[in-house]
Design a protein around this ligand. Structure first.
Ligand code: ATP
Length: 141
């Protein structure tokens, strides 16, 4: 069976760590970021990397984005960019779209667009660490 293909949009701390872990787990990962330096740093670690603006619809089409099993919008700070790229991934037919939110309202907007899973990294990690702190001998994964 063909390994799952992931497209990670935005290679900041969250996006790059997610992309590297997916590679570690044996999946194919396309990383997209508009910052050339960021892409250069990641280029030898991911299956493919592209310097591009994630809101460029023609570029996403030319990358064959609809053939990806999962697209992750890992842009946080710029809510407009996050929302626009999430809409494009949904409209272009990516099977599962996951997006990072930086506030409750941002998360609600992403859900309304039909994003399949919204992640709140700090909140989710806080919950996870709390559980780890009170659960003796719990393995990290
Ligand atoms: P992190 O906490 O994951 O480091 P951040 O919140 O500090 O992220 P963001 O503004 O979310 O930083 O940006 C994450 C990455 O997304 C950056 O590397 C940035 O260059 C990239 N990025 C932002 N907007 C776009 C866009 N429209 N197209 C492509 N990449 C983008």
């Amino acid at each position: 069976m063909k390994p799952k293909q992931f497209a990670v949009i935005g290679l900041g701390r969250f996006g790059s760590s997610l992309a590297l872990e997916l590679m570690e787990l044996g999946y194919e990962v396309l990383g997209i970021d508009r910052n050339e330096e960021v892409v250069e740093d990641m280029s030898e670690h991911l299956t493919h990397t592209v310097v591009a603006d994630a809101t460029d619809e023609e570029m996403l089409k030319s990358l064959g984005i609809r053939n990806f099993d999962c697209g992750i919008v890992a842009i946080g700070d710029d809510i407009q960019m996050s929302i626009l790229s999430a809409i494009l991934l949904k409209e272009l037919g990516v099977s599962t779209v996951v997006a990072k939110a930086i506030s409750v309202l941002h998360g609600r907007a992403l859900q309304k667009l039909g994003v399949d899973r919204v992640i709140f990294p700090e909140r989710d990690m806080g919950i996870r660490v709390a559980h780890q702190l009170v659960t003796p001998n719990l393995l990290d994964y």
